[in-house]
Write a protein that binds this ligand. Structure first.
Ligand code: ATP
Ligand code: MG
Length: 311
């Protein structure tokens, strides 16, 4: 077993409301090895972005990390944010902005840093990189901008790359190119990737392992193939079902009900109010993410019973 590039244990994040703190992410733990890719999925508002930002140490104002450990063993980490435009300074030419990061990462002359910026733009598949390095962010198309953002992240020479929906704003062809690029970087540079997405098909092609988040907690994790083929937590099953039916002729089957919002998480299992299998135990007992064997873990108290029924 390779040592983890990144290990996160019991991470907690809270949002400040006046003097009160509302727990928003309450149990976020995972590890990812060098060259491995972990997908992070879950409905909107489940806490994926805040969790990644807490890991990277870049939480927005009014949001605080209230517990947990992030261990990297000194490895450098970079993050690609959900809103790519905000990552590029509108008053700095693309090449200069990347050269700034190069110089902040290692000692070198401005001339070398500029050359390194052009090399990075080439590496992320930008044609005519020397000319584009002299452009302003608003002069680039969405796809090129996202490549510039990735080049900027690579300028940190990271061994861990946190990606928050890096392709959502792009059209499908460009999406495929950018995903291919990230996958190549993972393999060639042995970078550990954590990848937030709404698209389970992307997880299936890009990520060896997956973690499913619901209402501020990871509720299931394991090898992607196993989790997608045989989900154990009823939330994972519902999520897969809704994703499979999204394109079906019979129409989408969305998950019934609404997820709870921070500050109103119910007692017991947070998915119980929407779960077809919930019983009294589920509504009262808190059950942490627990693994039985084979690298898989889930937070459903009834897993063994329900798996036996379904198989
Ligand atoms: N800056 C903020 N201040 C206060 N609350 C926030 C802030 N950012 C997020 N939240 C709240 O924290 C919870 C988790 O948000 P987060 O953005 O992490 O969700 P997400 O899983 O990334 O959703 P999406 O899939 O829509 O990106 C939500 O209830 C959200 O409203
Ligand atoms: Mg998000």
């Amino acid at each position: 077993m390779t040592a983890a590039a990144l290990e996160v244990a019991g991470l907690r994040v809270a949002v400040r409301n006046g003097s009160a703190l509302t727990p928003t992410v309450t149990d976020f733990s995972f590890s990812v090895a060098p060259g491995e890719s972990l997908g992070l999925v879950g409905e909107s508002g489940s806490g994926k972005s805040l969790s990644l930002r807490a890991v990277a140490g870049v939480l927005p104002p009014g949001v605080a990390k209230t517990g947990g450990d992030v261990v990297t063993g000194g490895a450098r980490m970079a993050m690609i944010f959900q809103e790519p435009l905000t990552a590029l300074n509108p008053t700095r030419r693309v090449g200069d902005a990347i050269a700034d990061v190069v110089q902040a990462t290692r000692r070198c002359s401005r001339r070398d840093a500029r050359a390194a910026a052009v090399a990075l733009l080439t590496e992320v598949g930008m044609t005519d990189p020397a000319r584009r390095a002299r452009m302003w962010p608003h002069e680039l198309s969405g796809g090129l901008r996202q490549r510039a953002v990735i080049a900027m992240a690579l300028a940190h020479e990271p061994s861990i790359l946190l990606c928050d929906e890096p392709t959502t704003a792009l059209d499908v062809t460009v999406q495929d190119q950018v995903l291919g690029l990230l996958d190549r970087l993972r393999q060639e540079r042995n970078v550990a990737l954590v990848f937030v997405t709404h698209d389970l098909a992307v997880v299936a092609t890009l990520c060896q392992r997956v973690a499913v988040m619901y209402a501020g907690q990871i509720v299931e994790t394991g090898p992607t193939r196993d989790v997608l083929r045989e989900p154990r937590h009823p939330y994972t099953r519902a999520l897969l079902e809704s994703s499979r039916t999204r394109t079906s002729p019979a129409g989408a089957r969305p998950i019934g009900g609404q997820p709870p919002t921070p500050g109103s998480f119910p007692d017991g299992c947070r998915f119980a109010p929407r779960c077809p299998h919930a019983n009294e135990v589920c509504r009262t007992m808190t059950y942490d993410l627990a693994g039985v064997n084979d690298q898989r873990a889930d937070a459903c108290v009834r897993t063994l019973e329900l798996t036996a029924v379904n198989s």
